[in-house]
Write a protein that binds this ligand. Structure first.
Ligand code: NAD
Length: 252
């Protein structure tokens, strides 16, 4: 079965809740060992407990993906524990909401540090291991906001950072494919996770629903098969791709 991930070693950043948690479950159920990486160790540990109950081999690691020392530490830890990294899910991301004229440099930098610098650091560190072994699958989490400007969000830094995720994915995906490393991204629409229940985003949910042809928010379960596919040999001819899963929202 070309969708199985038996004996593969995976990590998921932002794996402590939401989309990352669902990715960790999906990869583990497909047979991979999973390192659950999160800024908050307790969240990662809770997910590892869930995975262990299903018989999935997993470890919890704390890291801020925007810090090179953290990224190198988790990569070294995974390699020391399981020998390599085959699947890297770079999913951690943050979302802040402010009118562009009021967006502070601090908000801009924080968003770019997590969403794009963090992705660069993780892709580079995991990518070096994958290039050495001549095999690897990198799956980045972008967003539908990489394609459209969702109305009426005020998310200049977020939208720009996610467009950057797609271009980073395309560039690495073409640069590394002839050495066996595939780099793709998933762009979800609006997904029902803790992220959208923040005080800033919560009031926008009703407005967003009117923009979604599917007439509902995405569920994390709508994304799980996609990450397994991109992590598996079934997608070996695919690289630099932005897999959009948004209930048709980017078409309206
Ligand atoms: P979430 O806020 O529910 O979960 C994100 C997780 O990442 C949290 O556990 C958090 O602790 C962790 N995290 C935050 N900063 C981190 C850092 N610097 N280092 C390591 N971990 C960190 O978010 P989510 O909705 O699950 O989103 C996951 C990804 O999907 C993000 O990249 C987000 O931009 C993207 N996305 C989300 C939606 C949506 O509607 N929820 C839509 C499109 C894209």
């Amino acid at each position: 079965d070309r969708l199985r991930l038996d004996d593969k070693v995976a990590y998921v950043t932002g794996g402590g809740q939401g989309i990352g948690r669902a990715f960790a479950h999906a990869l583990g159920e497909a047979g991979a060992k999973v390192a659950v990486v999160d800024l908050v160790l307790a969240k990662a540990e809770a997910v590892v407990c869930e995975l262990n109950l299903k018989g999935i081999k997993s470890i919890a690691l704390a890291a801020d993906v925007s810090k090179p020392e953290d990224v190198h530490r988790i990569v070294d830890t995974i390699v020391a524990r399981w020998g390599t990294i085959d699947i890297a899910c770079n999913n951690a991301g943050i979302n802040m909401n402010s009118a562009s004229e009021d967006t502070s440099l601090e908000e801009w930098d924080k968003t770019f540090n997590v969403n794009l610098r963090g992705l660069f650091l993780c892709c580079q560190a995991a990518g070096r291991i994958m290039l050495n072994q001549g095999y690897g699958k990198i799956i980045n989490t972008a967003s539908m906001a990489s394609l459209i400007v969702p109305h009426p969000q005020k998310q200049l830094a977020y939208n720009a950072s996610k467009a950057g995720v797609v271009k980073l994915t395309q560039t690495l995906g073409t640069e590394w494919i002839d050495r066996g490393v595939k780099v793709n991204c998933i762009s979800p629409g609006i997904v029902d996770t803790p992220l959208i229940h923040s005080p800033e985003l919560r009031p926008l949910v009703q407005r967003w629903l009117a923009d979604i042809p599917a007439a509902r928010l995405a569920r994390v379960t709508d994304l799980q098969a996609a990450v397994v596919y991109l992590a598996s040999e079934a997608s070996d001819y695919m690289t630099g791709h932005n897999l959009v899963i948004e209930g048709g929202q980017s078409l309206w």
